[in-house]
Design a protein around this ligand. Structure first.
Ligand code: PLP
Length: 409
């Protein structure tokens, strides 16, 4: 009798976005004349930068000719892209990252979900709350937690992110082995200062822990004092892996291209106490289970670093940040305390009541979809996430409707 991986049965029955979709579908069926505006899911809406489109066309033409056709590429990515990442995203910002420490992939979701495979089953996890659900669920699937009780899995050290700590979790008193951090944060939009990240790097060094640093939204940082990479912190090369994605930087959610940086100086230990470079383990995992991102997509990603690409991607992130500014300003005028939206495309709104109740209120009275904070963890209760990923027209229309609905309520 074939048996299932029973860890899957520990996962909470519903997935946040499936719940939202169900409620929105029920509403639209009951109210066919009332179109909803979605400021919920974090997907981009604007087309690809023209420089990326041109590179994609040129690469498609190369694939059409015998002389320039390419089959499988290197699993870790083409050198032209790895070199650009190392040079432009790191060396130019004073971080020492070699091209062969950069692993190109088809998304940060897969990478931050898969990375846990290279660590032991019985490590202690520290995961923020609220959080991007992938970090938690992939560890549940792997059997690193007990069952969920009161909305929290046993065995995880949860790092509360609340108004009290400015939504940046403090370093805990107890040790952990694997720490997940994400800045600019999804869902809160909060950013961590250099001193806050330095405290985490120090914690990891003291505890011989590893930090998994997700900076999928670094392109939204406008405050020059905010670090864009964990490697801007002294000593981070020895304790951190970093995930980055072209998804929100350049509108690549449908293209699929990201990268993970694993410095060669980063080690973890076996039971006997011998150190092993994680670079070798991740390289083994990546080359065994992944066959590379398509050549045209890697060419399009490389175009992000061209002169036009840089101007165009900056305009794209500026566009979403202006949406974010409008959202935050209007929610502030309506009397809500907010974070995010200034160095991130998300605004985290303290709604002072049950987050699903507020979600229903916005849906029914304003036909606007937000994301209830409770779906991101216990500390998300009392908040909603509003995403800036939409057209200006939709954002303005949504804000007009929210204002009218809430002033009336
Ligand atoms: N990390 C965070 C924090 C995200 O919010 C997302 C996407 O929403 C991802 C990673 C996944 O990005 P990708 O499209 O590269 O899989």
């Amino acid at each position: 009798m074939i048996r299932i991986n029973e860890n899957y049965t520990k996962l909470k029955a519903s997935y946040l976005f499936a719940d939202i979709a169900r409620r929105v579908a029920a509403f639209t069926e009951a109210n066919p004349g009332k179109p909803v505006i979605r400021l919920g899911i974090g997907d981009v809406t604007e087309p690809l930068p023209p420089a990326c489109v041109a590179a994609l066309h040129a690469a498609a033409d190369e694939m059409a000719s015998r002389a320039t056709f390419r089959g499988y590429g290197p699993e870790q990515g083409y050198p032209f892209l790895r070199e650009l990442v190392a040079q432009r995203d790191y060396a130019q910002r004073g971080c020492r990252i070699e091209p062969d420490e950069v692993f190109i992939s088809d998304g940060s979701k897969c990478d931050c979900g898969n990375i846990q495979e290279i660590f032991a089953d019985d490590i202690r996890l520290a995961i923020p709350d609220p959080v991007y659900p992938v970090y938690v669920d992939t560890n549940v699937m792997a059997g690193r937690t007990g069952p969920s009780e009161g909305g929290r899995y046993q065995g995880i050290l949860y790092l509360d992110s609340t108004a009290l700590n400015g939504y940046v979790p403090d370093v805990p008193a107890e040790p952990a082995d694997l720490v997940y951090l994400c800045f600019p944060n999804n869902p809160t939009g909060a950013v961590a200062t250099r001193a806050q990240l330095a405290a985490w790097v120090d914690y990891a060094r003291r505890n011989r822990a590893v930090i998994l640093f997700d900076s999928a939204y670094e392109a939204y940082i406008r405050d020059p004092s905010v670090p864009r990479s964990i490697y801007e912190i002294e000593g981070a090369r020895d304790v951190a892996i970093e995930f980055r994605s072209f998804s929100k930087t350049a509108g690549f959610t449908g293209m699929r291209c990201a990268y993970t940086v694993v410095p060669k100086s980063l080690v973890a230990w076996d039971r006997a106490g011998d150190a092993h470079p994680l670079h070798a383990l991740w390289n083994r995992r990546h080359t065994t289970k992944f066959n590379g991102v398509s050549y045209p997509v890697q060419r399009a990603a490389a175009a992000v670093y061209s002169d036009e690409g840089r101007i165009q991607t900056r305009a794209l992130t500026d566009f979403y940040l202006e949406n974010a500014r409008l959202v935050r300003a209007e929610m502030g005028r309506l009397g809500f305390a907010c974070v995010g939206g200034d160095n991130a495309p998300y605004i985290w709104v303290d709604v002072g009541r049950d987050s699903w109740q507020f979600f229903d209120l916005l849906l029914e009275r304003a036909q606007v979809v937000c994301t209830p904070g409770a779906g991101f963890g216990r500390c998300g209760e009392g908040h909603v996430r509003i995403s800036a990923f939409n057209s200006r027209e939709n954002v303005e229309k949504a804000l007009g409707r929210i204002g009218a609905a809430l002033r009336q309520a």
